[in-house]
Design a protein around this ligand. Structure first.
Ligand code: FAD
Ligand code: NAD
Length: 461
């Protein structure tokens, strides 16, 4: 067993971890980064998360518009996605490998003491690392509900498995109507699958305004997605084999509004949330606290209960987005660098989000529901997507744009967009809110034409 002392130790090659490693090395420091899986160099986002899913979503959108043959379009999209992820993985590895200050170790890390970590090397060699500072960035893993047959029935996948499906699934059942459930439902429907999304309670998009939620569900329905609420899945088992697709068949038994129902599928996606990936770390050995979900307890500076150990990204139980992991890096870097101004979670504001549906749905700040709950008076501005010239040119006129402003000051309090390019436009809205510009500014700002962004002129009129 090898043993050595290191200045900075990062566990996990995720967004925060790789960004921090490069920064420390570029500023002249020495850092060791441990990653347990060679196929995960670069983390979830580029290998099994945002980028592969968005690659498929874009190709599915194109297939739908072109009326492509589903099996062929699906196979080509899968091949393109696989080529993309291997390219990104190699580029991510190279980016750190070229830096003198970065040492990379392939292996699984776990704590054996306050500042001591044992790495079970992929090559069978164990290494003990004594570190001055440790940064945990181990991500999250799918939450698999306790349902009979869910772990053992062939044809049941989590999002990672679904991103590598061997054949086009004609009929798909999805458990969970959250980010992953709805994005995959829309993508698979665009390829031509019949999709049932089973949501265990009566709340789909519970935090969204009623008009937006209704517009999204209508859009999904037109795509061929049936969202079934109050659907409690009781059992998953091999189907009869009588199915339209290739490969296996799966039977999903559920109680829908208390009545028994059966759904047949060629593939089942379990998208019931993701929980922090911390079980292998033996946090207790270092005296580091975790919550009931395994989320590492941190303060606003992302410090754990152990001095000189930080937790960044999904593993600290915060919102699960790549840009949050990146922002966590900024918080930690502000404590390492003598030059960086202090930055904490308390200073984070106007965090946008986007669900990448056939027509993307993006939000920043308050919506009407939040405003009503919080008793905040607002002026509501709306504009149908059909009124935006660029949307007409794109022949994508579905949806609605909405903004809330303060009736006294005109300041923007929130923007919600269901329209083409919403995922890009929301970042302009975020910057406008950060800079505290008002509705008059957005109404009069010169934007290029024809673009979706120029819709802000009319929205704020
Ligand atoms: C299907 C899907 C789609 C998504 N789409 C989006 C999107 O469009 N936009 C968005 O912003 N977010 C999206 N997300 C969420 C986003 O991918 C994650 O929030 C983000 O990647 C988390 O990054 P991280 O830095 O926390 O860790 P990760 O990138 O998850 O990295 C953690 C790394 O740690 C390694 N590791 C774990 N335990 C150990 C150990 N004990 N020792 C050594 N190594 C270990 C893992 O192998 C992994 O490589 C998506 C997620 C999924 C699953
Ligand atoms: N565009 C993006 O930014 C993006 C895209 C994909 C994923 N993500 C991240 O990944 C994380 C995980 O996504 P997710 O969709 O798995 O989680 P989620 O928390 O968004 O949604 C999970 C859904 O599953 C439901 N559910 C739970 N148990 C169920 C059961 N037994 N049967 C039926 N429904 C059940 C929940 O009520 C919830 O609606 C999210 O937190 C999200 O931040 C982000």
């Amino acid at each position: 067993m090898e043993s050595r002392h290191v200045e900075h130790l990062i566990i996990g090659f995720g967004k925060a971890g790789k960004t921090l490693a490069a920064r420390i090395a570029k500023e002249g420091g020495h850092v060791t980064l441990v990653e347990r899986d060679r196929n995960m160099y670069g983390g979830t986002c580029i290998n099994i998360g945002c980028l592969p899913s968005k690659s498929l979503i874009l190709d599915a959108y194109a297939a739908d518009r072109q009326g492509a043959e589903p099996r062929q379009a699906f196979a080509e999209a899968m091949a393109a996605k696989t080529a993309l992820t291997s390219k990104l993985r190699a580029a991510n590895y190279r980016k750190l490998d070229v830096l003198d200050g970065v040492t990379m170790l392939d292996g699984t890390a776990r704590f054996t003491g306050a500042h001591t970590v044992l790495v079970d090397g992929a090559d069978g060699v164990q290494t003990v690392l004594e570190a001055d500072r440790i940064y945990i960035d181990t991500g999250a893993k799918p939450r698999i509900p306790d349902i009979e047959g869910i772990r053992t029935t062939p044809g049941v996948y989590d999002s990672t498995g679904m991103l590598s499906l061997p054949a086009f699934p004609k009929r798909v059942v999805i458990l969970g109507a959250g980010f992953i459930g709805l994005e995959f439902a829309s993508m698979l429907a665009d390829f031509g699958s019949e999709v049932h999304v089973l949501q265990r309670n009566d709340r789909v998009l519970p935090r969204e305004d009623a008009d937006m939620a209704e517009a999204i569900l209508d859009m999904l329905k037109r795509q061929g997605v049936e969202v079934v609420t109050d659907a409690v899945v009781t059992r998953v088992s091999p189907g009869s084999g009588d199915h339209a697709g290739e490969g296996v068949s799966v039977r999903v038994d559920a109680e829908v509004n208390g009545a028994a129902a059966v759904f047949d599928a060629d593939a089942v996606l379990v998208a019931a949330g993701r929980v922090p990936e911390t079980a292998d770390l033996d946090l207790a050995a270092a005296g580091i606290e975790a919550d009931a979900n395994g989320g590492i307890v941190v303060d606003d500076l992302l410090r754990t209960t152990d001095e000189n150990v930080w937790a960044m990204g999904d593993c600290n139980g915060g919102p699960q987005h790549t840009y949050i992991s990146l922002d966590d890096y900024r918080i930690v870097w502000s404590q390492i660098s003598p030059d960086a101004p202090e930055y904490s979670r308390a200073q984070r504001r106007n965090v946008p989000s986007c669900v990448f549906l056939h027509v993307p749905y993006a939000r920043v700040g308050l919506n009407e529901r939040d405003a009503a709950e919080q008793g905040i008076a607002v002026q509501v501005h709306t504009l149908p997507t059909a009124a935006v010239p660029k949307a007409v040119v794109m022949r994508e006129t579905e949806g609605l744009l909405k903004a809330l402003t303060d009736p006294r000051t005109g300041r923007i309090l929130g923007v919600t967009l269901l329209c083409p390019e919403a995922h890009e436009m929301i970042n302009t809205a975020k910057v406008a809110m950060d800079l505290q510009v008002d509705a008059v500014y957005m109404r009069n700002a010169i934007f290029t034409h024809p673009t979706m962004t120029e819709a802000f002129n009319d929205l704020f009129a």
